[in-house]
Design a protein around this ligand. Structure first.
Ligand code: PRX
Length: 673
């Protein structure tokens, strides 16, 4: 890495930002980065000293084997030390730093009339009450709790309550289908499900409890229902008498299994001694798409995750006590886990917890909230930026955005046009953009600028965070120096990296460590420019990134082929103006079945039901046959070209029947399905 001296247009941190920054200037970054690699024990020990340890660490901060040829892969951080992450993100502030009255969250609902403020003391009290409810329902240390809740405060209460009693939370994004939920409940073998009666998404009322019940029914049918109780929150928007929706929603009820949250919480004590856990005890499981189609239960543990999310939050958003920070992600994804709950709370931050969507009830909703709470640090996804760009500058001009100091993005590569708009229009040319590259598996940011230190190049996630050593390999596993493009891998672990895939360590080793022994393989392609800047070029496995949500082509194909008329399906990605990528599906029907509008609608519905609305295909085309190699492998490379109407097909010598390609071009979908 060199101090950048580039011909690219660069954006330098302002003097104003550097004045009171934690890492002011590129040389400070370099010095700390070197320290993190040369003396990692001392570096992470300093970070750990900020926290409370019931039994302080005695052994090494980090132990690991990253090389499959030398034995099992493992990573351990501070093993033997005892702590509790919930204590560290709540009690520590309330008891030791007198922050009880500080606002932890401004909750802003789907509609602007719905909002509330939660202080650190209030949060602690609700978390303790919920922890006592879970205990009363039989939850013990190590048990799994599935959480299927919208972005309401109870979601945070429940996840921290689990952490407090040593239960392992498994949060399932509330936009997922009953099928996806049941699959995740069965894999985690959870004993409790926490859900809500319903939720408004924009104008639409969704009966979450019904979906949850369908999921439980599916578990029962497969004879693997581990769930003993279902705790049901009455959504704040459905609680009031004036909420006309109350009458619209029939909440199915099984009095053997279902328990109303309010009733259970009513007389629950608001004190609960934390369970003192080993640093390496599991904290949560979060499912992420796998290229085989089966979701992978990424497992994170207590101490390493605390250290890493806390430090990345502090430095990447240059957190200060008087900040108001807003991350627009859903807690159902890793971004919400790390940068709405654990990282910000570990720093005693004030955050906005937003339930709604960017365009409801109007397209200025984000800007309205920034003005209302005087948000200083704002973190969103490129897909949201591209969506809001479509409405031009006018919706922003109605609001005062002068509180903003730092902007962030995550989830997918940000295209230069969106970067410029974010910088100029949202940040008024004043705010640096931290383009943070990371994954569910990495736990926190791994490539990212630091706002007062890193000169920015639009579209580049710039440099590694402390303790992280990226490198680029070619197909043969050889390390590439200087300017290069290839596989992005990491040479050694940092405290926040996942420890395993739940109940499937072998799959963990095969997926991330087998291809290039000695390295963690991200699955992303990457380019390093002459100044050492890293540029993510996108997935190089069979994964797609639709609106920042990762999904595998295999899981969508599996859903499509469940349709009785479908013989075979192949799914590829096609560029999309707002979503970044979208799904383009080739479907071969069984003999005598006719491909028509109804088939397309049925297939779309099927994918929505099996996976969830995020996976709805944009294009479904008739494929009388698929291009295959002589050995019968589908040539996705060709399908990607057809989806993009790119006739430059390259080498077709391995193609079994070239006529197939002509036919597919003639059936192409021009307009979205
Ligand atoms: O392909 C990369 C992309 O999102 C993937 C990780 O997805 P997930 O585990 O769902 O976590 C998303 C939120 C952390 C990565 O493998 N990705 C994430 N951030 C970026 C990105 N691609 C380019 N630039 C980013 N900043």
């Amino acid at each position: 890495m060199v101090v950048p001296d580039s011909k690219d247009k660069m954006y330098y941190p302002s003097d104003d930002l550097q004045k009171d920054a934690h890492v002011p200037g590129f040389n400070s970054y370099l010095a700390l980065y070197r320290k993190s690699l040369e003396t990692p024990e001392a570096f992470w020990k300093d970070v750990a000293d900020e926290f409370f340890w019931k039994t302080p660490p005695v052994g090494p901060m980090l132990q690991y084997n990253f090389d499959v040829t030398k034995g099992n892969i493992y990573v351990k951080c501070m093993e033997g030390a005892k702590t509790n992450i919930c204590y560290n993100v709540l009690d520590r502030h309330v008891r030791e730093s007198n922050l009880g009255q500080k606002v932890a969250y401004y909750w802003e609902g789907n509609s602007p009339e719905q909002h509330m403020t939660i202080t650190y003391s209030q949060l602690l009290s609700q978390v303790c009450r919920c922890a006592n409810v879970l205990k009363r329902l039989g939850v013990k240390k190590g048990d799994r709790v599935s959480i299927y809740l919208p972005m309401i405060p109870e979601l945070v209460f429940t996840m921290l309550a689990c952490a407090r009693i040593g239960a392992v939370h498994s949060i399932v994004f509330a936009g997922f289908s009953s099928e996806s939920l049941s699959e995740r409940i069965m894999d985690a073998q959870s004993s409790i499900l926490v859900t809500a009666d319903g939720v408004y998404r924009g104008e639409k009322l969704i009966n979450l409890k019904q979906i949850a019940d369908e999921a439980l029914e599916k578990c029962r049918k497969k004879a693997s229902s581990s769930i003993t109780k279902c705790l049901v929150v009455k959504h704040p928007a459905l609680r009031t008498k004036s909420g006309a929706a109350c009458n619209k929603l029939q909440t199915p009820w099984d009095s053997e299994c279902d328990v109303w949250w309010d009733e259970a919480m009513r007389d629950s004590p608001d004190e609960c001694e934390p369970e003192w856990l080993d640093a390496e005890d599991p904290l949560f499981i979060l499912y992420t798409s796998g290229s085989t189609g089966k979701p992978k239960g990424v497992l994170h543990t207590v101490a390493g995750y605390l250290l890493y999310t806390s430090l990345t939050f502090k430095y990447v958003f240059d957190h200060h006590h008087d900040d108001v920070y807003w991350c627009t992600a859903d807690i159902g994804w890793i971004t919400g886990h790390s940068y709405i709950t654990y990282g910000p709370l570990a720093n005693g931050a004030t955050g906005v917890l937003f339930e709604g969507i960017p365009v409801h009830p109007h397209v200025g909703r984000f800007w309205e909230i920034i003005e209302k709470y005087k948000v200083t640090k704002f973190y969103t996804a490129p897909t949201a930026i591209r969506l809001l760009m479509k409405y031009g500058q006018e919706p922003l001009q109605k609001y005062d955005l002068s509180s903003l100091r730092i902007l962030g993005t995550v989830g997918e590569p940000i295209n230069p046009e969106a970067w410029q708009w974010y910088h100029k229009v949202v940040g008024q040319g004043r705010c640096p953009i931290v383009d943070t590259f990371w994954q569910t598996e990495t736990g926190g940011h791994v490539l990212t600028p630091l706002p007062a230190a890193t000169p920015l190049k639009p579209g580049s996630a710039t440099f590694p965070f402390f303790g992280v050593e990226p490198t680029i390999l070619n197909e043969h596993g050889e390390e590439l120096e200087g300017e290069a493009e290839g596989y992005l891998v990491f040479r050694k672990p940092w405290p926040g990296i996942m420890r395993t895939l739940y109940r499937n360590h072998e799959h963990f080793e095969n997926t991330y460590f087998k291809k290039f022994p000695g390295f963690y393989v991200t699955g992303d392609g990457c380019r390093r420019d002459k100044d050492g800047y890293y540029w993510i070029t996108g997935r190089i496995d069979d994964m797609l990134n639709v609106s920042g949500h990762l999904m595998s082509t295999a899981e969508v194909e599996a859903a499509l082929t469940e349709h009785l008329a479908v013989a075979e399906a192949a799914v590829v990605s096609r560029p999309h103006k707002v979503k970044g990528e979208c799904l383009y599906c080739f479907v071969t029907l069984k003999d005598s079945r006719e491909f028509n509008h109804t088939t397309v609608e049925e297939l779309k519905r099927l994918v929505r039901e099996k996976i969830g609305p995020v996976a709805t295909p944009d294009f479904i085309q008739n494929a009388p046959a698929l291009p295959k190699t002589r050995s019968g492998k589908i040539m996705r490379r060709i399908l990607r070209k057809i989806a993009r109407n790119d006739k430059d097909l390259g080498d077709l010598s391995t193609l079994a029947d070239p006529k197939v390609v002509e036919v597919l071009f003639s059936h192409r979908c021009e307009a979205a399905a």
